[in-house]
Structure formats: C-alpha cells, structure tokens
Write a protein that binds this ligand. Structure first.
Ligand code: GLN
Length: 456
C-alpha cells in the first residue's frame, strides 16, 4: 500500500484508489487469523488486486472511463470480482482505461492519462493500461482487465508483465460493461505465470448470469504448471510451435522481431520444434474486427441514455435528454465507433460491411483451426512495437488501430493467448519491454504437452 501511495501521483494507474478501505480489510483479516477463526484464510487472502474500471464493483464507483457514468455506483459486483473477494482478495482500486475499452493507449480515458512505469513519457498501452501499469509497478499483486481485441495482451507487452486473455466464455462477463459482446473476455495480469494462473482458477467457470459462460470444468491452473527441469537439456521435447509468418514482416519494429526470434530459438534449444506457419487471412482480421466491434458497440452503448445510470442532465423532452447526455457524456472515439457501427449495420450497407466481416471471421477461425492441428501453440509478437510516446498517435486513429494487428484475430476466433515478457528494445532509462504472444486452441489454458522424455 505504501508503494501504491508513493507511485500513484506519477503513474495515475487508478481512477479510484481504495487504500484506506483496503487497509481496514487487511487489519480485520489479521484480527480474524489471530483469533483463530477457522475459515478466515482463503486462497487469495490479503492479496491486493486492481480491477479495471469497466468491471462493476458494489462499494466503489465504476465509470468505464466515461463521463457518462461519473457518479455511478453499481449495486453489485461483477462475477469475476465477486469470486476474487470470496477467495479473500482485497480490491485496492479501479484502474484506468480507454473509455469503454475503446483504444490502445489509455489516453482515451475521460479522467486521466496513465504513464508507463518503464518510461513516464510513454503510454502503458490499452485499453487495460491502468491494470498493466499497476502490476508492473507493484502497486498491486495481480489485476483484472478485459480484452476485446488485445486490451490485456498489448498493455502487458508494453509494461513488461504477464497478461492472459482466456478462451471466450471461460470467465463470466456478468458485470463487465459490454463493448463487443461476441469478442469481450475478462483477462488477468500478474508478474508471473503462476500468479496469473492462480487468479484464473478463481475467476473462471460457469455463471448462470452469463449464458455464454462455459460449463467446462475449471482446472487448478497453477498446480497444472510444470516447473521445467532446466538442468535437463531438452525439457520441451515433443512440443510443436508455429511462429506466425505474417507477424514478422513489414511494419514491425526490428527490436521486436529480434526479441521474438531470440525467444523462438530459446524454445528450440529447450527441445521444441519451431517452424514458420502462414495464416493467409491474418491481415484481413484487422478491418473485420473494427467493423464487428464497432457494430456491436453501437448497439451495446445505446443503454447509456442519460436515464438509467450515472450523470443526470436536465432537458425539455426525451430526445433532448438523450442528445444532451450522450453529446456531453461520451468522448470522441466512442462517438466515432457508434457512428461507424451504425453505418455498417444500416440497411443498404449491411451486406457490404457487417456480413463480409462475419465471413472474414469464419476464414480467420478456419485458418487458426488448421494451424493448431499442426502445432501445439502459435507464437507472435503481442504488438508491432514497444511502448510509444504519449500523444504520438492520439490524432491518428488509423495508426492506432493498425497497432492491434497482432491481437485482434485471436478474439475473432475466441482463442486463449498468453503474453510473457521476452526481451527489450532501446528506449527509456532501462530499455522498453517486448512481449511474446502464445496462442492455443480453445480451453487449452492448462494444456500439457506430452514429452516422451519426461513423465509429466
Ligand atoms: N484497441 C482495440 C480497440 O480499440 C482493442 C480494445 C480492447 O481489447 N478492449 O477496439
């Protein structure tokens, strides 16, 4: 907590800090343990977690990074948050994000700009930039984010932490402010794979309040982790890895390519077979994603009508009320997405845009399916560059969208993907981190690959 208090004025990872309440909860936990209460200790007792502010929390404001929800205090916890609390975790605050998750830098927040702990002139990535920077600076131990098109994985890469986007449906979306419902997932940040696996086990699982949540059994992800015996020369023997060819070409920073290739040859030294694999529809994913995500957003965001939640404005009639609330309450990027989405869905344009994007989604699915029949995992960078300067892309939305090329396909196919730090490029006082993305088949989060030389 003292580190959080010391670093928060320069990082601004949190929209709402609940440090005093967290301290009281910790003191109460100590008291219960000292008095020998039997069920005082849960798997995450006393662990400080940060929660992205598009997840509802009962006793704290939940803004989604938007003015339109200023002052909104939900009556309930999102299921993922409730499960963390039931396991004993202490929610230490609500982390900053691009408004409703739309953006890649966290500069799209209506409230503040978060800085990157590795270089305070750089963005932390986004949209879950606050959750990534908070874990990176050890303001909390783990955090929750959401990933519609890369919002957990790209900030994890920019901030040098572990970020997991689970399979679509692995974690309940109940209480997550909807952006694009067919793509949205709740994801986890940690400073190690073990921490990330630990919170996934807590938050995953079926929830009757989200009909798209899966009822597949939830493994104990952390205990499924195998510590590789690095003294053994080839612990990854038998693992087939495909490195996605299309992600190492033009437009990708040299330092990123060399870090990923370095990681690939390390994996090879450990015994796996790494081969280049081509995903022909890879570059089509980006435009298809932006059509589909904006279309779904234009419908989902109609709930912010100025009546049900948040800020109240006075108006003469109903249309004025809608107009005034949305004109003042929503930011520029969000309005642009609503307009794009409404356009793509309108009669006369639907077949040309929305329907074609859905067809591309099928192609993307098929090419992943095909590649994942031949390889256990696919690897790529998590982003074409390391963190860039605050303000650098703020007036160039297309350049910002282009930065999502590595991540959006995974959401279109609903696959799980893990990002781990794998190197540095020059920049900042100590270099800027680069993340390696590892993509698996649906529900393969706990997958072990049989190694004929080992008994695990
Ligand atoms: N940057 C992408 C977008 O703006 C992804 C955001 C996300 O995953 N929430 O849509």
């Amino acid at each position: 907590l003292s580190r959080l208090r010391r670093t928060e004025p320069s990082l601004r990872s949190f929209i709402h800090v609940a440090d005093a309440a967290a301290e009281r909860e910790a003191v109460e936990l100590d008291r219960r343990i000292a008095s020998g209460e039997k069920d005082a200790v849960g798997p995450l007792s006393g662990v400080l977690v940060g929660v992205k502010d598009n997840l509802c929390t009962a006793n704290m404001p939940s803004t989604g990074g938007s003015r339109i929800l200023d002052g909104y205090r939900p009556a309930y916890d999102a299921t993922a948050v409730r499960r963390l609390r039931e396991a004993g975790a202490i929610v230490v605050g609500k982390t900053n994000l691009d408004e409703f998750g739309m953006g890649s830098t966290t500069e799209g927040s209506a409230f503040q700009v978060t800085t990157n702990p590795w270089d305070d002139s750089c963005v932390p990535g986004g949209s879950s930039g606050g959750s990534a920077s908070a874990v990176s600076a050890r303001q909390c131990v783990v955090s929750l984010g959401s990933d519609t098109g890369g919002s957990v994985r790209q900030p994890a890469s920019f901030c040098g932490v572990v970020g997991l986007k689970p399979t679509y449906g692995r974690v309940s979306r109940f209480g997550l402010m909807a952006y694009a419902s067919s793509l949205d997932v709740v994801g986890c940040f940690g400073s190690s794979v073990f921490d990330t696996a630990t919170i996934l086990s807590v938050v995953a699982g079926h929830d009757k309040r989200d009909s798209t949540s899966s009822s597949q059994v939830v493994p104990d992800y952390a205990s499924e982790l195998v510590s590789l015996d690095l003294l053994e020369s080839k612990p990854l023997t038998g693992v087939r890895i495909g490195i996605i060819q299309e992600t190492l070409g033009e437009g990708v920073a040299n330092g990123v390519i060399s870090s990923i290739k370095g990681a690939a040859s390390h994996l090879e030294q450990l015994g796996s077979v790494v081969e280049e694999v081509s995903l022909p529809s890879f570059s089509l994913g980006l435009p298809a994603y932006y059509i589909l995500a904006s279309s779904e957003a234009s419908s989902n965001l109609s709930r912010y009508d100025g009546i049900r939640y948040g800020r109240q404005v006075s108006a003469d009639d109903l249309n004025d009320l809608y107009g005034e609330s949305r004109a003042n309450g929503l930011g520029h990027e969000v309005k642009m997405r609503i307009l794009m989405g409404t356009y793509a869905l309108s009669a006369g344009y639907y077949d040309a845009y929305y329907k074609r994007a859905q067809q591309v989604r099928t192609l993307v699915n098929e090419s992943f399916k095909d590649a994942l029949e031949r390889y256990d995992i696919l690897i790529s960078p998590a982003a074409p560059s390391a963190a860039y300067k605050i303000g650098e892309k703020i007036n160039d939305p297309l350049a910002m969208y282009a930065g999502d090329i590595m991540t959006v396909n995974v959401n279109l196919a609903g696959l799980p993907a893990l990002v781990v730090p794998c190197g540095f490029v020059e920049g900042g006082p100590a270099g800027l981190p680069v993340g390696l993305q590892m993509i698996g088949s649906q529900f393969s989060e706990a997958q072990r690959v049989e190694n004929p030389l080992n008994n695990f």
